[in-house]
Design a protein around this ligand. Structure first.
Ligand code: MN
Length: 223
């Protein structure tokens, strides 16, 4: 019988009792290989939108959501299916030069992992009904992307709707206003533009009004 190599550190761990030894258990990979990346980039291009991206088959499936996600299950948000992006794009935050495609400021607004309800993601995409859960810093719990029959405004690009399912992460709180900062750098769009030579007044139009001050420290975060 061939010995199954389930985990690289299986043998190392099998020889030790970590209740007793102070030896390291071995850093768990930040994400298991089965974990799939999820990101949302807030993008102040010619129009403000949120780029919703799900890792699948080595690329990021991508939808542009003009109004951004809503935690309220009664709210459906239009999501235009756009071209796949490289996986590395999921780490990008900064300024795209004006005049270039998508010129403007990009913020890494949320990041984490996603899990499809049905492992046959290709079939779900074909059916136009992709149910999944998100484990991000801002968005969590159960969601669905459902394809609409008609292109919005006669558009040839397939239109989908992003909808929150009812679960304990559903809320009427406006997460876009409550949590407008980058999960990577805690910056607002205007701050990213300022730091990286972008168009600050244009970027600032994508930030909520009166959010230009320093972030308010959370009372519970004092340690
Ligand atoms: Mn975009």
């Amino acid at each position: 019988m061939t010995r199954r190599k389930a985990e690289p550190l299986e043998e190392y761990r099998g020889k030790r009792n970590f209740e007793v030894t102070a030896e390291p258990k071995g850093a768990r990979p930040r994400a298991k290989s089965a974990d799939l990346l999820y990101v949302i980039q807030k993008h102040r291009a010619s129009q403000l939108h949120y780029d919703f991206r799900l890792e699948w088959r080595g690329v990021l499936l991508s939808w542009a959501i003009p109004k951004g996600p809503s935690l309220d299950p009664s709210v459906k948000r239009l999501a235009a299916h756009v071209e796949d992006h490289p996986l590395e794009y999921g780490g990008f935050e900064g300024v795209i030069a004006e005049g270039e495609y998508g010129g403007g400021t990009v913020m890494l607004w949320d990041r984490g992992t996603w899990t499809p309800d049905d492992p046959d993601v290709d079939m779900s995409l074909e059916k136009g009904d992709l149910k999944f859960s998100l484990a991000g810093e801002k968005l969590r719990g159960s969601w669905v992307l459902v394809r609409t029959k008609l292109g919005y405004g006669g558009s040839a690009k397939p239109q989908w709707l992003l909808i929150k399912h009812r679960d304990r992460f559903a809320s009427t709180e406006d997460v876009l206003l409550q949590q407008p900062r980058s999960v990577l750098s805690k910056r607002l769009l205007a701050e990213i533009a300022r730091d990286e030579g972008g168009d600050v007044p244009k970027a600032a139009k994508g930030d909520p009004a009166r959010s230009g001050q320093a972030p308010t420290p959370k009372k519970t975060s004092a340690r």
